[in-house]
Design a protein around this ligand. Structure first.
Ligand code: ATP
Length: 274
């Protein structure tokens, strides 16, 4: 690598490792900047995120991974004083255009958080909540079918089918996280955003969620923020490395981890900072 050339590159220019096997683009971001009041947290982030695959966002604490993730379902709208500029499209449609229905967007772009956060309701009602408010089931039998299918896809059905009326909060941490995934799936999302979904889980529950992510990628565009490079390497097909609010490098996971092109990526994955 030519260090002089690297040093002269503006920090926000992203190195994109070509990937001829990449699936069609589902989410496209161009020149996305985010400001919290006067503080700029993201600088001109541009990225193509493919359908039916897992993209991992990695980088040191505070580099803007979660901020960018929250742009994709407009969760940043809920934080006072936040301003987003640039353009993000979902299937080619600008998700920030004024006529867009944000409730509908958040059904299409589901989110799973760091700590499992089931509603204080029964297991059944946690999953049925979204389909009810979005009118996705006509009658009890259809709703039952949606709840069962969602719990099956989340790999939880066999563990809960005999206690659907029990509180969701009574499940183990790993089961609660799978319940939250079932809740997200129940409204037929196309994209699932996961913000460190395993950070509150033990290794066995983590392995179960990682298996689930691997199964779900056949049908969904999944974006996962993770602090664990091992996890990114295990679950994702593409990896995006963020540093100081810049998207430094993006490409096939194997390439990013074995042959990064930017010295900042290299230094991070070899543990020189982070
Ligand atoms: N609500 C907020 N108000 C003000 N600043 C914020 C807010 N949320 C995040 N920030 C700042 O924006 C920057 C990016 O934060 P963000 O949480 O996106 O980083 P991250 O890479 O996800 O970090 P971590 O890995 O620690 O979760 C940080 O400097 C953070 O302090």
């Amino acid at each position: 690598m030519n260090d002089a050339a690297v040093m002269e590159r503006p920090a926000h220019l992203t190195t994109v490792i070509p990937d001829p096997d990449m699936n069609p683009v589902k989410v496209e971001a161009r020149d996305v900047c985010v400001f919290y009041g006067a503080k700029q947290a993201l600088f001109n982030v541009s990225i193509d995120i493919p359908e039916r695959s897992v993209t991992a966002f990695i980088g040191p604490s505070g580099c803007g991974k979660s901020t960018f993730l929250r742009c994709i379902n407009r969760m940043n709208d809920t934080i006072d004083g936040t301003r987003v500029t640039g353009r993000i499209t979902l299937d080619g449609r600008d998700i920030y255009e004024p006529s867009l229905d944000v409730v509908e967007l958040r059904a299409r772009v589901g989110m799973v958080f760091q700590k499992p956060n089931p509603f204080p309701k029964s297991i059944y009602d946690n999953v049925a909540y979204g389909p009810r408010i979005h009118g996705l089931a006509r009658g009890k039998a259809e709703l039952d079918a949606v709840v069962e299918a969602s719990l099956r896809k989340a790999g939880l059905w066999n563990e809960v089918k005999d206690r659907l009326d029990d509180p969701g909060t009574g499940l183990s941490g790993g089961q609660q996280q799978r319940l939250c995934i079932a809740r997200a799936i129940a409204v037929n999302p196309e994209v699932i955003l996961m913000d460190e979904p395993c950070s509150a889980l033990d290794p066995i529950a983590t392995a179960r969620i990682e298996e689930l992510i691997d199964e779900l990628k056949a049908n969904y565009c999944i974006i996962i923020v993770t602090h664990s490079m091992q996890q990114a390497a295990r679950v994702s097909q593409r990896t995006a490395f963020f540093h100081l609010g810049n998207l430094v490098e993006v490409g096939p996971t194997q390439h990013v981890f074995t042959n990064p092109r930017d010295t900042r990526t290299h230094d991070y994955i070899t543990g020189r900072f982070g």
